[in-house]
Design a protein around this ligand. Structure first.
Ligand code: CU
Length: 363
């Protein structure tokens, strides 16, 4: 449900090869962090002393408390003695007496300086995927949209939401029976959180049209970090931006990106209507995007107080869910619908079962 840091006892380094099915340039690390919904491929060289080792996935709060919450599996060398009850995993040494531990995919950009751990984020890796073609998202026809995945609110009502819309699941299949879905969200505005079936329509009506989503986790509702998953697509990760941290690795108060690159235009800091502080960055003109083989993903961590810029083409008509992959957040309302090219969506087959069409005659 929450992120794990994964390492293989007695095996260091390991090599990150791919994420979400897309190859990235081979990257040497001590461990990696995996968030709900993500997939990571790594290479393990079995060149340690013959024996039994643990593959350990530990939750992240061990950094603040001396606890050991971990899922474990046994890596057993064929000729080693069988030991089905090994002691708890021995972490690698990450201090000045050891080597700096490089940790891939942190939901922040630095650890405490005491930890001697270095974050390697998706800003620091490049694609090595044979099918990668970032030129396909290089276009002057950029449609830019901001989506704040957070818990904004007031008076004790701070649900999971996207741009202040707590998701209300439709009562029918939105693809098969679109006319029966009530997409009305009039009660939501920049200073009011509401519950509704939030949907945004995108399309492919102009040649070379490209969507740039700025997925934020900012304002008064920013806490946790959210692994945001878009159905129906993969996307290029053009930029990750983080909160501000002090040398102890602690969040600096009011150091979020809503005080740096982005402005939230409401006094309540809901940030449902964000924009770039520098207007010249608007419409896809952020000056610091990664055009050098950006990695591809379908789930990306949105750091607390930070944002991620993604790009993709609307080339797959459908009704796609776009949501935080932490179930507790998702079922609390942190999701929405991307309704892609409604007029081009293939119709469901004739006689396709529909909600409310089943008649129970009692037999
Ligand atoms: Cu979340």
């Amino acid at each position: 449900m929450y992120p794990f840091r994964v390492f293989v006892e007695g095996h260091r380094p390991i090599y990150i090869l791919a994420s979400d099915g897309f190859e990235i340039d081979k990257t040497e690390v001590e461990s990696f962090i995996i968030h709900p919904g993500e997939r990571i491929d790594f290479l393990l060289n079995t060149d340690s002393k013959i024996g039994t080792y643990l593959l350990v996935a530990e939750t992240l709060e061990v950094y603040s408390k001396n606890e050991y919450h971990a899922a474990e599996a046994i890596i057993h060398y064929k000729t080693a003695d069988v030991n089905l009850t090994p002691p708890k995993g021995t972490p690698h040494i990450c201090d000045s007496s050891g080597i700096t531990c490089r940790v891939f995919n942190c939901p922040f950009n630095q650890f405490s300086s005491k930890e001697n751990r270095l974050c390697i984020t998706f800003n620091n890796v490049i694609s090595n995927d044979p099918n990668s073609n970032p030129d396909e998202v290089k276009s002057d026809e950029v449609v830019e949209m901001f989506f704040n995945f957070a818990f904004p609110g007031e008076n004790g009502y701070t649900p999971g939401s996207v741009n202040g819309h707590q998701f209300l699941p439709p009562t029918v299949a939105a693809y098969a029976q679109p006319d029966l879905v009530d997409y009305t969200c009039d009660a939501c505005n920049a200073s009011t959180i509401c519950e509704c079936t939030y949907a945004v329509t995108i399309d492919n009506d102009i040649k070379d049209k490209v969507y740039q989503f700025v997925i934020t986790n900012i304002g008064g509702g920013a806490n946790w970090s959210h692994p945001v998953h878009l159905h129906g697509h993969s996307f290029y990760v053009m930029k990750m931006a983080f909160n501000t941290y002090d040398s102890d690795g602690q969040l600096v108060p009011n150091g979020g990106q809503d005080t740096i690159d982005i402005i939230c235009q409401d006094s309540k800091k809901f940030c449902s209507d964000a924009k770039w502080r520098n207007e010249s960055w608007s419409n896809g003109k952020h000056p610091d995007l990664n055009w050098h083989n950006p990695p591809q993903k379908d789930t990306i961590i949105i750091p607390t107080g930070g944002y991620v810029v993604i790009r993709f083409k609307a080339d797959n008509p459908g009704v796609w869910f776009f949501h935080c992959h932490i179930d507790l957040h998702n079922t609390n309302g942190m999701g929405m619908i991307i309704n892609e090219s409604p007029n081009s969506q293939p119709k469901v087959p004739k006689n396709f079962p529909k909600c409310n069409s089943f008649k129970n005659d009692g037999k």
